[in-house]
Design a protein around this ligand. Structure first.
Ligand SMILES: [Zn+2]
Length: 303
């Protein structure tokens, strides 16, 4: 009896491989941002096979597709990106991979948040007028789960219900994260909520929690201590009376030392601005917690 069923299935597959594929095979998705990789994984569950082409703990702007990446893209049913100008290489990438698969730019489906006046981003995505760092806003990530759910359901209508359940569970988890973050950030007095980082990636975060983002920028791995640029940063820190500067990944330690010596400002814990890291910061919730912990540790009054 069993063997007859197997052979019937095998026969069906042989007669109509496309049909068998469409019904059973997981959707192949290529993702170009660590946060969208998690979103597709969580919402799609075992009905998707996601390849994250941009790896955790790397700068998404330094990403350059390898020939192997192009093959993954060519074989994918869906390509997902952060959007909002983060991936300026997208049209070229689609062309070189020779794919007609749909491209979902998640951020483009979310309400835009204008960049602050005068805010400049050191990255390639500096040219757009909207802030591209939507994943630093909890409401945006919750909405993004809905955007991913709808796109997956379009491609696999039979799994619509499952995608909806998975998205709802993810949104509920982020609601817990919001409650936790609210209790943590409540430890920082309102007038101490000033966030000095080296590039404008936290406008959404600042909006959520009543922070002012201070325009301290310019120090990076390529700057030398004593350079004019570093002197300008030091002048900014003094003028704005910044007490803590938060570095993002590997900033020049010599420059940081000079800044602390010249200004008396403390160096806060590392913040994740452009996506997931590794270890505890290897999930969205973990990354967010790590950022909140670093900020609270630096800015909350010591008991
Ligand atoms: Zn950025």
């Amino acid at each position: 009896m069993v063997s007859r069923w197997i052979s019937a299935a095998a026969l069906l597959a042989a007669l109509s491989p496309a049909l068998a594929f469409a019904a059973d095979a997981p959707l192949r998705v290529a993702s170009l941002h660590t946060v969208t990789t998690e979103l597709v994984q969580r919402v799609g569950g075992d009905r998707v096979e996601v390849t994250g082409l941009v790896k955790p703990d790397t700068d998404p702007h330094d990403y350059e597709p390898t020939p192997a990446d192009l093959k993954v893209i060519a074989a994918s049913d869906l390509i997902v990106a952060a959007g909002r100008g983060m991936e300026s290489y997208l049209p070229k990438l689609k062309e070189s991979a020779g794919t007609k698969a749909p491209l979902l730019k998640v951020g483009d489906a979310l309400p835009a948040m204008k960049k602050e006046k005068g805010a400049k981003d050191d990255h390639d995505h500096a040219h757009g007028k909207d802030d591209p760092h939507w994943w630093n806003g909890l409401a945006e990530v919750q909405r993004a789960a809905g955007v991913v759910r709808d796109q997956l359901a379009k491609l696999r209508p039979a799994d619509r219900e499952l995608f909806a359940q998975n998205a709802a569970a993810y949104v509920a988890e982020l609601e817990e994260l919001r409650k936790w973050a609210a209790a943590e950030i409540a430890k920082i007095p309102r007038d101490q909520r000033r966030l000095a980082t080296s590039h404008h990636a936290f406008a959404y975060f600042a909006r959520d929690w009543g922070f002012t983002v201070l325009p301290v920028k310019g120090f990076s791995t390529t700057d030398e201590p004593g350079s004019r640029r570093v002197a300008e940063v030091i002048a900014q820190i003094k003028k704005l009376k910044v007490k803590t500067v938060f570095p993002e990944n590997m900033e020049n330690p010599k420059v940081l030392t000079e800044i602390t010596r010249e200004t008396g400002a403390a160096i806060g814990g590392k913040l994740y601005s452009d996506g997931l890291g590794s270890g505890d910061a290897g999930t969205y919730a973990g990354m967010y917690r790590s950022n909140v912990n670093a900020i609270v540790a630096a800015l909350a009054p010591k008991p």
